[in-house]
Design a protein around this ligand. Sequence first.
Ligand code: ADP
Length: 363
Amino acid sequence: MTNTSENQPVADPDEPFLTLDLTKMALDSANVGIWILDAVSRKFLPSNRSKILFGFLPEEQVSFDDALLKVAGKNRRRVLAAVEKAIKSRGNLYVECPLNMLTEKKHRWLSIIGGFSTSDLNNNYFSGIVVDITEQKQNDLRRSRFIGIVSHELKTPLTTLKAYVQMLNNWAKKQKDNFSIGALSKVEKQVRKMLNMINSLLNLSGAEAGKIHLTKQTFSLNELLNEVMEETLFITASHQISMTPCETILINADRDKIEQVLVNLLSNAAKYSDAGTSIEIACALDDHEIKVSIRDQGLGISPQNIEKLFLPHYRVESKETEKIDGFGIGLYLCSEIINQHNGRIWVDSEIGKGSTFNFSLPV
Ligand code: ADP
């Protein structure tokens, strides 16, 4: 039997693609823009789609500074710092930012990802992609509004509960009722833990809505450090926490929010290191800034993860961390709070050796 199809030209399944620019087609359909930045001359080459995503017309000449100016207010410094850091360290860039769009009611959000080519280590072309993530951000915002309302509702009764437990504990101490003292101290510990969590959730919803309001006052940083250290020892008690004494430092900042930063950093130091290891707190003052650092002997963090650590909901995924609970919001909140104070936050870390989380505030 003859197969009639044998005499007909066989369609090459790859043939249509030979005439098309595959990469362009894929980028177009995924609405992804590409860009190249010469790390030396700073010449910026955005694709037409990148220009459109940044709010320009395809025919416009767009420099790096023009694109940066489209980034909404406070975020500009953060984006520039992330780009400079990635170029300087020849590392990767991953940044999310809102744009000022004059014609649109809501902010347009972009995710910008980039790095140097790994195939040619001597090139100076820093390149990457840009993607519109507005819809995802809108969903995040809806979710965080919900979290804000729920945590606000939970906070009021819990604060009352804490006050009554403390009163009862004081009463039990007067009565020398050891059983009640023990039981009430445990209740108080759990209530304080819950209040810390609820404060984080409340700040998260504020931060995601771009509304972290600072109520500044002048206070002694040393006193706050001591208070937070004692609070962490009370709640955790599993680590040796020590503080290198530093000179009296008065700062003008939002005390509750800086306290929250310290609570987050200290509880992370305890969470991501073995019980019994030490955690050291240090602070130093120079002409124009005060630096606080918290050093642990824990898991450590790889350079690839360090870049994304301060993004909302980012958690390191590894065999060790999968057993440790968390929402991935603590460090995001810390960076939002410190940035609002015009400070800096960063981490030095080595896998298996431990991490030092640092932040500085202008004085
Ligand atoms: P969470 O601890 O709730 O996951 P965070 O935002 O506080 O959220 O931290 C984000 C991630 O950073 C954590 O999931 C963890 O993997 C990593 N991390 C934070 N602090 C440390 C630390 N001191 N040592 C090692 N890894 C850490």
